[in-house]
Design a binder for this molecule. Structure first.
Ligand code: SF4
Ligand code: SF4
Length: 474
């Protein structure tokens, strides 16, 4: 008897093959302008973050730029604080604090960062604002794009792109101004004497801003941003997300303002599509939470305006949680569940790290000293039968004032420091000084002996540094 062929193991024929394109053609999105509570928050955050970004490099502190990441001198100035490469730990901790804050906010209320403060959102908002001022709102922009090229269209597009490029270049200039004193940079731009690296970074950062905020927009969030991919692991059923209340809204349908939806068998959604038209990523939140949703809450504002016009209660689209939507929690229970174990753990960790960060900054000594032995000679004879070893003391004065230091040394009887004292250092400076140490070798065993350098600030004796080294005796 011949075996019965297993159809599941059969190879597909050419007719069964279906070709699927992995490339999705971009659909142009024309977000409609919206006003409301959340739009107000977004504008406030755009203004606040950009005032800080564009304004900070122009502030002066102690006769120099208040915030300057001076890579050439390898020191970061942040108002009165000077960070050296040795202080890299503080920058690392700052990054950890930022990451934990992001985790915490995401756990509590989803993509708050994406919707309100991410540079991609902020610059897209700015560029869209320019676009609306020049080309008009959604319908006007759609009509303009569909129309044939005319002098008016050419003029509007040229003006828009000209302003976008100007904003992008100013952004690039400001960015570089955090690394090169911005007033010097401004002078170099005015006199066409910019260096190659500054030119490159201004153009690169400007081009990235123009491309991402003017052209790519939601594509960056959908396809390029890694955070959009992994943030869902921080969500749980008590995370606040933007939600359409299907129980209240469905069945959807248009109706007159005075009509009774119940009599028509309808829910509160009038199917006006405003929530889709205002969405910067062009999605329909009524289909449920989608990864493209950046949590900007524009659909909440748009829908609330519709609800107001219809005389219905606001909140058909609102911040809610999965548990609340499935009917498990009331509004007060939602608020109570914000303080769940995961949030408490993130908050506690964040609190500990922030305290450690500021504690470390406060306790950080403004004086650092490295002692290096002179590699040229282990030991040499000195007048009066003494012997001497030579060292190089590398000082870092992190203070914003001139400091005077005194060096003493112990570990062997009769050690003498042969260097002009006090040693003076200008503000926020690192400098090396040769220091010879002499001793009478009588009674000292041959070999290497541990000695300790003590360096103290002449005007603030509590500021001290202690460094071990070795003294060689023949
Ligand atoms: S669905 Fe709503 S919250 Fe999400 S991106 Fe669109 S408008 Fe913003
Ligand atoms: S804006 Fe509100 S009423 Fe209009 S379609 Fe969206 S959910 Fe329905």
């Amino acid at each position: 008897m011949s075996p019965v062929p297993d159809s599941s193991l059969a190879l597909p024929s050419a007719a069964d093959e279906v070709e699927t394109s992995l490339y999705e053609v971009r659909r142009q999105i024309y977000p409609r302008a919206v006003s409301g509570c959340f739009a107000g928050w977004r504008v406030a955050l755009v203004v606040a973050t950009q005032l800080v970004f564009y304004g900070l490099p122009w502030l002066t502190w102690n006769d120099r730029q208040a915030v300057l990441f001076d890579l050439v001198s390898r020191k970061f100035h942040i108002f009165g604080l000077v960070l050296w490469p040795q202080d890299f730990i503080f920058l690392t901790v700052l990054l950890i604090i930022s990451a934990y804050s992001l985790f915490l906010f995401t756990t509590i209320a989803g993509r708050l960062w994406c919707g309100y403060a991410c540079p991609q959102t902020v610059y897209t908002e700015m560029f869209m604002w320019i676009e609306r001022r020049i080309e008009g709102d959604r319908m006007q922009r759609m009509r303009l794009d569909q129309s044939a090229l005319s002098a008016r269209k050419f003029g509007l597009k040229t003006l828009k792109h000209g302003l976008w490029i100007a904003a992008a270049l100013w952004t690039g200039f400001t960015f570089v101004g955090y690394f090169t004193p911005i007033k010097v940079l401004g002078g170099e731009v005015a006199t066409w004497t910019l260096g190659p690296w500054e030119t490159f970074w201004i153009l690169f950062y400007g081009f990235a801003t123009y491309g991402n905020a003017g052209w790519m927009r939601e594509q960056v969030c959908k396809y390029m941003c890694p955070y959009a991919r992994f943030q869902s692991v921080m969500f749980d059923s008590d995370t606040l997300v933007i939600t359409y209340d299907a129980q209240r809204g469905d069945p959807r349908g248009s109706r007159g303002r005075t009509a009774d939806p119940k009599a028509l068998g309808l829910g509160d959604c009038v199917d006006c599509n405003i929530c889709v038209q205002v969405c910067p990523t062009g999605i329909d939140i009524r289909k449920g939470l989608q990864y493209e949703c950046i949590g900007c809450a524009a659909c909440i504002d748009g829908c609330n305006q519709v609800m107001d016009k219809m005389g219905y209660a606001r909140g058909l689209i609102r911040y809610s949680t999965e548990n609340a939507v499935s009917g498990k929690y009331t509004d007060s229970e939602i608020r109570r569940h914000v303080l769940r174990p995961r949030v408490l753990v993130y908050s506690a960790l964040l609190g500990i790290i922030i305290i450690a960060f500021f504690g470390g900054l406060l306790l950080r000594s403004p004086l650092k000293v490295d002692v290096l032995r002179d590699r040229g000679a282990m030991m040499r004879d000195a007048p009066g039968g003494q012997i001497e070893n030579v060292y190089r003391l590398q000082f870092i004065n992190s203070d914003e004032a001139v400091r005077r230091y005194v060096v003493t040394v112990d570990g062997l009887p009769g050690l003498q420091v042969m260097a002009p004292q006090p040693i003076e250092l200008p503000p926020a400076t690192t400098r090396a000084f040769p220091v010879a140490i002499r001793v009478d070798p009588a009674g000292l065993g041959a070999g290497s002996h541990v000695i300790v350098f003590h360096i103290s600030d002449l005007d603030r004796p509590e500021v001290q540094a202690h460094e071990k080294s070795r003294f060689f005796v023949r």
